[in-house]
Design a protein around this ligand. Sequence first.
Ligand code: PMP
Length: 432
Amino acid sequence: MLTLTHSQAAFKDAQSLMPGGVNSPVRSYGRVRCTPPFIASAKGSSITDIDGNTYIDYVGSWGPMIAGHAHPRVVKALQEAAARGTSYGAPTLLESEIARLIKSIYPSIEKLRMVNSGTEATMSALRVARGFTGRDKIIKFQGCYHGHADSLLVSAGSGAATFGQPDSPGVPAATAADTITLPYNDSKSFNRIMDGFGNDIAAVIVEPVAGNMGLVLPEESFLQALRSQTQAHGAILIFDEVMCGFRTALHGAQAYYGITPDMTCLGKIIGGGLPAAAYGGKAYLMDCVSPAGPIYQAGTLSGNPLAMTAGIETLRIITEDPSYTVRVTAHTTTLTEGLRQKAAEAGVAVCVHQSGSMFSLFFTDKDVKNFADSSAADQDAFAVYFQSMLEQGIYLPPSQFETCFVSGAHTDDDIRRTIEAAGTAFAAVASY
Ligand code: PMP
């Protein structure tokens, strides 16, 4: 039996200090009806709470930790960087180095700007698209999450979906009115809107592999429709690869599916666990950004030397060895095949999706292609599964609207133990 005595006390205390006791909603475990373990440390594929429980971690800080926690190279580089000062608010060589590294992996990015979060990246990319086109309206897809900027917090996934708040109070109606939302993977509705209003659309923003309604894979014809319609109507196509970047494949979803967007947003992995994200794309778009151009965007800590250092070292780790991401993907495939098999043995209907080193599991007998499908999956069954996995030392994201992440630090034994635990969890689901 898992003991969470210290976490329970810490959570009670935290609730008097922070809304819901947390600094980001899903961490509160609201939908899975248990106390969130408070974390003391993490190393490699494992994470340890303040009660001394150690788990195999598939949250990976929600994606950044592709090289595993506290990777010795990242830790050493950070220690050395910290000794040289933690922030200067002035140009550094590190910023050019990470920009060059990112450009070499993502050739569609000709120029980029570093920011501190995925939210800032998508918000800024949209500003560029609007400033460049002189148009206000944007299209996003239901269940995609692009951070919490006003114009994007409409039909949003991730925590907004988990807590039933896909449209948040506090977003001005006029702002929301400029955001057209359409079902993911529905080329027909998209084509209809673009045929009717395409010349009013500044940007189409999409998670090319959607990870915030659980993991939902794109139909290739859908991504192709986004590209051809935006091109035909002079709208900017923005791929939000904050989550799927470097994971669907090393060179991202855009390389995997062979579709080149005008702009790309990246985050998570490029900060190596520190706050960093970026937006970039065609040079003629990025040269509209201040001080090169009139579209304003700035940041006191943007390009922070510690964040750049962790990002550079992480990107080096996953690129120096050309088989790194391929190996993590292969581990993930072993895991997803094992999950399907254990579910079948227990007689539990599941839909397991994988894209590179990401995966998720829905309790449904249907394929999940959009937010409506994902919302129709059995969330009570998910809560039973989640609790059983946690009890057995497997740390998963506490919502069916989230995605699991595998790292290069996960071992064969981690994967084997996880599949075994899933067998027990599915048996609990079958009898709940
Ligand atoms: N875009 C996507 C696809 C994301 O998954 C997220 C966060 N999970 C964001 C944007 C927002 O990033 P952040 O939380 O760093 O603001």
